[in-house]
Ligand binder design. Structure first.
Ligand code: EPZ
Length: 418
């Protein structure tokens, strides 16, 4: 397994361009199953999850799927057996995003249950419940979701709690269903909005993607389209926090500041000096950081996917900060590793109390999930001495060319190949 070695502390400078959003391109790739015609996605990030999703889609019979640079092309049309096997799905939970499209397109699907992961049980009961309301006969057998329907029917339902992939799965199921579907209490993340935009470019009738109520008028078929994937707001936030944690001034380019409202407000509250443009954000080194509490919540509030990186930042701030995680039940796996680096953090249930500033020292640490890895990079850049992050494959799932981007900002970071 590859490892990442960082020699800290690092002063970063210059500019970095963020890649396309992993959590936008994954549902858009799954949506290609719905389409009769050529699909072209641009600004596709070079991350492992895209490679994994491509494997799943090829297994399902999607033809002509090729990724060249940051452009993905595929020929929607006749598909093979609608089965997504365990050995592929277990590599990436987001594979469950093929369930809605397969049911809508082929009237049946057998998709392995994704299983839990480091940050929590992550059930898909809300996906299943809503698909039943659209007429699917759906059950779980031997670890697989087995679903069938003559043709999905438009229905009205409200999600018991906000679910990003649940909203995306059902939006994709509804675009070829008979009649109108009204979905309430939907996730409003920018990635949901981007998927709705792509589906409509393919001829779907989606209204309200990105709001809590989405109305979909089913159509008989979708044609191919071209689509530019939105920039990755979590990668953007990670670079901003890396700069703030190391007292650096950098420019993050090709980003979408309006997707980071709560994050930029929080960083300014911490005393981080930001200049926000249309598609770039400049961070200026500007005096000591203040400890500020944060509570993660569904969009547009502070995203759970930046909680770990923010905690690393708070170890550098003056005072005590309280980090509360409300979305996932076990998303503090990075705390033990931060403690190994000298952080002073106490966890009580869903709340972590961070005392700062703690002088961090480099140490061998273990990545447990994608965003915990990013947290350890932020901490390693700020720590004095050498940090070795084991299981770097976690970071490769969602951060394209991570060491190249940080090297170009002046970080002493390298990959130790296994
Ligand atoms: C998406 O996961 C993202 N992944 C996650 O990003 C992100 O952390 C999460 O949304 C929350 O923003 C992708 O988009 C591929 P949820 P998802 O369904 O859809 C519970 C990353 O690092 N729930 O919004 O799986 C669930 O357990 C990843 O890029 C149910 O109980 O998350 C969680 O507590 C990590 N039943 C909460 O809802 C369900 O049927 C939110 O989950 C579905 C979800």
């Amino acid at each position: 397994m590859d490892r990442i070695r960082i020699q800290g502390p690092c002063r970063l400078s210059g500019s970095v361009r963020v890649s396309g959003a992993k959590n936008a391109v994954l549902p858009e790739m799954a949506a290609a199953l719905l389409v009769d015609g050529t699909v072209t996605l641009r600004n596709v990030p070079d991350v492992r999850d895209v490679t994994t999703m491509a494997k799943v889609l090829r297994h399902l019979g999607l033809r002509g799927l090729v990724v060249e640079g940051d452009v993905l092309r595929a020929e929607g049309g006749d598909l093979g057996e609608p089965q997504a096997p365990y050995d592929l799905v277990r590599q990436m939970r987001a594979s469950i995003l093929v369930l809605g499209p397969l049911l809508a397109r082929q009237g049946r699907a057998r998709v392995s249950l994704p299983g839990g992961c480091a940050i929590g049980a992550r059930p898909i009961d809300l996906h299943i419940e809503a698909l039943r309301k659209m007429g699917a006969t759906i059950g779980v057998e031997h670890g697989y979701v087995v679903a069938s329907c003559r043709r999905l029917k438009g229905a009205e339902f409200s999600f018991e709690k906000k679910t990003v992939t649940g909203t995306e799965n059902l939006m994709m199921a509804a675009v070829l269903a008979e009649g109108r579907t009204v979905m309430k209490n939907c996730a409003t993340e920018p990635e949901v909005t981007d998927l709705g935009r792509f589906l409509n470019a393919c001829g779907a009738g989606v209204e309200g993607a990105g709001t809590e109520t989405i109305v979909v008028d089913g159509v008989s078929r979708l044609t191919g389209a071209e689509h530019q994937v939105i920039p990755d707001r979590i990668e953007t936030g990670t670079f901003l926090m890396a700069a703030a944690a190391t007292g650096s001034g950098i420019t993050v380019e090709g980003c979408r500041p309006r997707h980071l409202g709560a994050v930029l407000a929080k960083l300014k509250e911490c005393g981080v000096a930001l200049e926000v443009g249309e598609e770039e954000i400049v961070v200026r080194p500007d005096g000591p950081l203040r400890s500020v509490n944060v509570i993660t919540s569904p969009y547009p509030e502070f995203p759970t996917d930046l909680q770990a990186q923010y905690m690393a930042l708070m170890t550098r701030a003056e005072g005590v900060s309280i980090v509360t995680e409300t979305v996932f039940e076990n998303r503090f796996m990075h705390v033990g590793e931060l403690r190994r680096m000298g952080a002073r953090i106490v966890v009580h249930g869903q709340t972590a109390i961070v005392a700062g500033p703690s002088p961090l020292s480099g140490a061998p640490v273990m990545a447990s999930d994608l965003r915990a890895s990013a947290c350890l990079i932020v901490a390693g850049l700020a720590a004095a001495g050498e940090t070795i992050i084991d299981r770097a494959y976690h970071i490769d799932r969602g951060y394209a060319q991570v060491e190249r981007k940080f090297q170009e900002l002046g970080a002493r970071m390298e990959r130790i190949r296994a």
